[in-house]
Design a protein around this ligand. Structure first.
Ligand code: SF4
Length: 305
C-alpha cells in the first residue's frame, strides 16, 4: 500500500518516502529515545544513497524491533533473538542487498547473543544497530544483559547483581570491522556512524544508549526523558579509536562514546567463494610430525629432522 501524500497545502515530512505513515501512530512512549534513533537510521539510509529497492531491514522482538514495521523498505519483523540469522540468510541468498538489523539490547544480546557472536565472527556483511535502553522495556522492564550493576528492574528489585556486557568490546573481540557507541543525543555523529557502518564491507555494529523513561528511568529515579538526556549530555565523553575494552558502561563515572573500530577483513562470502574454488590457502604441513610419550604419559609433538 502506498503512503498517502501530504495534502496540497500541507508540507510533506522530509522522510516521507521512508515512513509507512499508514502504520502510524507508533507504539513508542512519550520521551522514548527510539524515535530519535529511527530518524537517524532513515537519515543515514538517505545519505548513503543506496537503492531503496535493494535495501532491507530486519528486526527481532521488542520496542526497537517495531522500527522495521514503520519503515518503507523490504522489512522483516522476525522472532525473538533471531534477527541475525534471518539477516544472514537474506544476505547470503542475495548478496546485492544492503541489509540492516535494528533491534534492542535484550533481543540482540540476550536471547540472540549466540547469533551475535557468530555473525560477527563470520564477518557477515550487514549493519547492526542496537538500541540499548538497559532493560527489557516492552515486556515490563526486566533485567537484561545491559542492565548496570545495582540498577532496579522488575526482576532485580533490590538491585541488579550482575555486571553488564560491554557490547562494543564483545563486537570487537568477535571480529566486527566497525564498532561505535553514541547516545540518542548525539544525532549527527550517530547518523554519520550508521552511514559509515553501512558503507563498510563486513559486520558493522553501532550501539545507541537511549532513555526508557517508562520502564528503566522510573524505577531507577533517573527522572524524565529530558533529565536522562541531560545526564547523558553531562556524562558523555567522546574517545574515538580507543580499545572498546576500555569503555565499559559505568553510570558511576563518565559514559564513553565514540567510534572505536574501523578496520578491514574478508567477509564470509569472500572466504566462502575462495573455498568453493579451492583457493582458500594451504593448511600447515604436518607431514612427518611424530608423537612421543614420555614416562609421565604426556605427549610431545615434534617435527622429524
Ligand atoms: Fe521506549 Fe521504554 Fe516505552 Fe519501550 S517501554 S517504548 S523502550 S520508553
Amino acid at each position: 500500500m502506498k503512503t498517502k501524500k501530504a495534502g496540497k497545502n500541507v508540507p510533506g515530512h522530509p522522510m516521507e518516502e521512508l515512513i509507512r505513515t499508514e502504520r502510524l501512530p507508533h507504539i513508542w512512549c512519550a520521551g522514548c529515545g527510539i524515535g530519535t534513533v529511527f530518524g537517524s537510521v532513515m537519515a543515514a539510509i538517505q545519505k548513503s544513497g543506496y537503492d531503496l529497492d535493494k535495501t532491507a531491514i530486519v528486526s527481532g522482538i521488542g520496542c526497537t524491533a517495531r522500527m522495521a514495521g514503520y519503515i518503507r523498505l523490504d522489512s522483516f519483523h522476525t522472532t525473538h533473538g533471531r534477527a541475525l540469522p534471518f539477516a544472514t540468510g537474506l544476505k547470503l541468498a542475495n548478496p546485492e542487498l544492503k541489509v540492516l538489523v535494528v533491534s534492542g539490547d535484550g533481543d540482540l544480546l540476550a536471547i540472540g547473543g549466540n547469533h551475535f557472536i557468530h555473525t560477527a565472527r563470520r564477518n557477515i556483511d550487514i549493519t547492526v544497530i542496537c538500541v540499548n535502553n538497559l532493560n527489557y522495556g516492552m515486556t515490563g522492564g526486566q533485567v537484561a544483559p545491559s542492565t548496570p550493576f545495582g540498577a532496579k528492574t522488575t526482576t532485580s528489585v533490590t538491585g541488579c547483581p550482575e555486571e553488564p556486557f560491554n557490547f562494543c568490546y564483545l563486537a570487537s573481540a568477535c571480529g566486527a570491522v566497525y564498532v561505535a557507541r553514541w547516545t540518542s543525543l548525539h544525532i549527527r555523529r550517530l547518523t554519520n556512524s550508521i552511514t559509515e557502518a553501512m558503507q563498510k564491507r563486513g559486520f558493522g555494529f553501532v550501539e545507541i544508549l537511549t532513555p526508557c523513561p517508562t520502564s528503566f528511568g522510573r524505577r531507577n529515579k533517573i527522572g524524565t526523558a529530558l533529565e536522562t538526556l541531560k545526564f547523558y549530555h553531562e556524562r558523555s565523553v567522546i574517545r574515538n579509536d580507543i580499545d572498546p575494552k576500555e569503555a565499559p558502561i559505568d553510570f558511576g563515572s563518565n559514559i564513553v562514546v565514540g567510534k572505536f573500530v574501523d578496520t578491514e577483513r574478508p567477509t564470509f562470502l569472500d572466504n566462502y567463494q575462495l573455498s568453493c574454488r579451492k583457493q582458500i590457502g594451504d593448511w600447515p604441513n604436518f607431514e612427518g610430525t611424530m608423537v612421543q610419550d614420555n614416562q609421565a604419559g604426556d605427549k610431545t609433538y615434534y617435527h622429524e629432522r
